[in-house]
Structure formats: C-alpha cells, structure tokens
Design a protein around this ligand. Structure first.
Ligand SMILES: [Zn+2]
Length: 173
C-alpha cells in the first residue's frame, strides 16, 4: 500500500537501503500547497528512490499531481495535472548545503529526518505555473466568440492623450 508520506523518515537509512517508496499524498495534508488551491480535493502520487552520491543522500523524485486551482482571469476552477521528476540532495544543515555542487537542488533534512510528503510538496510547488489561467477564450461559461476582456470600457487616463495633442501630425508609414 502506498505511503501517505506523513511519517518522519531517516533518509540516510533509506539511502543505504537504496529504498524506493511509493507515495500517495492527499493535497489536504500539504500545508504550503493547500492555500494556493481552489479545493482540497486531489492527490499527489509518485515515488522517491533513495541513493548515495559520494557522501550525499540523493532523492530521485517522480510525481504527478491532480490539482484544482483558481483561474486568475475569471476566478473559475481550473483543473491542472502536473508531473515532474527531479533529483534532490538531502542535507542535514545549512552549512552542508554549501558543500553540494551548485547545480544540485538541495533540501534540508534536519538530523537526517524528514517527512516524505514534504519532499513531494516542494516539487509540486516548483512545478506550479506562476500565473494559473484558462487558455485564451476558455474562461468560465463565456462563449468562445465572446468579446475579449480588453475590449471592455477603456481605462480612464486623462493625460494619456495630451502628448499627442502637442505634437504635430507625423506622417503615416
Ligand atoms: Zn478563466
């Protein structure tokens, strides 16, 4: 049965065992991700394979997440499936972070311990689009031929036209 990632694991032990953990984490248990979502329904699934790379504990994380966000344009629900894979070095202290090659992603595992759901959560957070929106013309129940939002009442900018009034007509290209 897949793990929900809530246990505190010793990652060094997992690395020495070359363990591979299957995870199914309800998004309702992810405190950092949850406030960014439109609903607590959804699941992050995936696996983490542990290994040692020189002295470091490395987690190879694969995930897919079914999430529900809010569209920043119409505020309607926006279902989103994210998937990704990355390798992260798990280090015990901030000082140890500096010893890891800069091209590696690092995560702190204080005293070598962490909850695996937090590793998954971090990867999902990194994969989230900076701005979530429906595709152009797909917002809400708006018919596809609806007038684009930009065509609504012009913004009031009383001085915007002044410059043009003061300039002589320029020849048109
Ligand atoms: Zn929308």
């Amino acid at each position: 049965m897949p793990d929900d990632g809530s246990k505190l694991n010793n990652v060094a032990v997992l690395a020495d065992e070359a363990a591979r953990v299957e995870l199914q984490v309800p998004v309702a248990t992810l405190d950092r991700l949850l406030p960014l979502l439109a609903s607590a329904n959804g699941m992050v699934k995936g696996s983490i394979a542990f290994s040692r790379e020189r002295s470091w504990v490395v987690a190879d994380i694969q995930f897919s997440a079914d999430l529900e966000l809010s569209c920043q344009r119409c505020l309607g629900r926006l279902p989103l499936t994210l998937a990704g894979r990355s390798q992260v070095a798990l280090v015990e202290s901030q000082a140890a972070v500096d010893s890891v090659p800069p091209e590696w992603e690092t995560t702190l595992a204080p005293d070598g311990r962490m909850r695996l759901r937090e590793l998954m959560e971090e990867e999902v957070l990194l994969a989230l689009p900076p701005v979530a929106r429906h595709a152009e013309g797909q917002c809400g129940d708006e018919p596809l031929s609806a007038t684009p939002v930009q065509a609504a009442a012009p913004t009031q900018r009383p001085f915007a036209g002044l410059g043009n009034l003061l300039k002589p007509d320029r020849p048109k290209k």
